[in-house]
Design a binder for this molecule. Structure first.
Ligand code: GAL
Length: 374
């Protein structure tokens, strides 16, 4: 009997200790340990909320510059409170087969997962660059799973919307494209010799599909899903409706923010309006974020300026947007998720999560060393 009471006491003590170790606040930019005491490894990530649990998917990075390419795959973590995350291991593994699109050493960035209530499948989309080809391929990859934590099965990679014109195409795009407009990687501001529409990258890529680099997914209230991606050598965003099973593009898409070079775009909805928070286009280096609002998902979009306010806002607090997370069970409560990239040792990259406030209809975020959902 005494032994039993003793064991019960020990068990209670251990539970209290473990609870005491639980985090109850966010500390942006600091090391963020998972249940195993390891810094969370889910960069360029996004969140799925499913049956009372949040799932955080992101790029699994390894130490050293080689970690900028995919050596392992896509990580998954789960949490009930958003502060404490359990490592669910690798949701999508890179392939050892050198002929696979997602062979080890490819570049696999910004994975996002959504759930399709009709097919009951978890669908992952990501930005894929083929191994050894720099950032030329500019493809989207799709993988699918029966369970949120995976394993996900890779299905295909492609350039979106091949053979489809955007709804807001202009006559200039349908003119023959000059052979000088080569399929070359520039991917940065200032690399095009003329304004984007006179170069006509859209026309160049009509047949083979549109370039898709930094990307996100968004599911609307009616369960229609959208893919938003940096296209046309990163100069222009496309918002593209997905097929009903979320596995393909529907061919219906719009060009938005033409020539504005937005990356890290995130799309979310609040109070019946659509919002985008995105970054400028400066590679791993942080820059001033952008924000925009629209009544309809395809626009017209109105830019609202940098949502970051205060010291270091011109660098978005040394971070780049990756996702805007709606907090469940709280009215209109949203979290900005950003990455603080460390390309020399990518595994050390940090996460900047900050609450979004709406001021005069515009999303704003202020730096906080520590904060909680209360
Ligand atoms: C950033 C982009 C990242 C990654 C990086 C490579 O602009 O947001 O996802 O692609 O460039 O330089």
């Amino acid at each position: 009997m005494i032994r039993r009471i003793y064991l019960l006491f020990i068990a209670l003590f251990c539970t209290l200790c473990l609870n005491a170790q639980k985090t109850k606040q966010f500390t942006p930019g600091e090391i963020w340990n998972d249940n195993n005491g390891k810094h969370i490894n889910a960069h360029g990530g996004g969140i799925l909320f499913h049956k009372g649990i949040y799932y955080w998917y992101g790029e699994h990075k390894i130490a050293g510059k080689i970690g900028n390419s995919a050596q392992v795959g896509v990580s998954c973590y789960s949490s009930k409170d958003l502060y404490n995350w359990k490592d669910e291991s690798i949701a999508l593994k890179v392939d050892e087969d050198p002929n696979s699109d997602i062979t080890k050493g490819c570049t696999l960035e910004r994975p996002k997962v959504i759930y399709n209530t009709k097919t009951k499948k978890f669908v992952m989309w990501f930005h894929l660059e083929l191994k050894g080809k720099g950032y030329y391929a500019a493809r989207s990859g799709v993988a699918v799973s029966d369970k949120p934590e995976g394993p996900f099965t890779f299905l295909k990679s492609f350039r979106p919307n091949a053979g489809f014109w955007p709804v807001n195409v202009q006559p200039c795009h349908k003119k023959p494209v000059s052979p000088d407009v080569k399929d070359s990687y520039c991917g940065g501001k200032g690399c095009l010799s003329a304004p984007v529409d006179s170069v006509n990258l859209l026309g160049r890529d009509f047949k083979g599909g549109q370039m898709a680099r930094d990307m996100n997914l968004f599911v609307d209230d009616d369960e229609t899903a959208y893919h938003i991606y940096s296209s046309e050598e990163n100069s222009t965003l496309h918002i593209s409706k997905l097929s009903d099973d979320y596995l393909s593009c529907s061919g219906e898409y719009y060009r938005v923010f033409v020539g504005r070079y937005m990356e890290g775009a995130t799309l979310f909805k609040c109070c019946g309006k659509y919002y985008i928070i995105a970054s400028d286009c400066t590679g791993w280096n942080p820059n001033a974020a952008r924000s925009a609002v629209a009544d309809e998902i395809f626009g017209e979009w109105k830019e609202l300026g940098n949502p970051a306010v205060g010291k270091d806002s011109e660098l978005t607090f040394h971070s780049q947007s990756t996702y805007v997370l709606k907090v469940q069970g709280k009215n209109d409560s949203y979290i900005f998720m950003g990455d603080r990239w460390t390309p020399d040792n990518p595994i050390d990259g940090r996460y900047v999560w900050l609450p979004i406030k709406f001021e005069n209809g515009a999303p704003k975020m202020y730096w906080q060393d520590k904060w909680s959902l209360n």
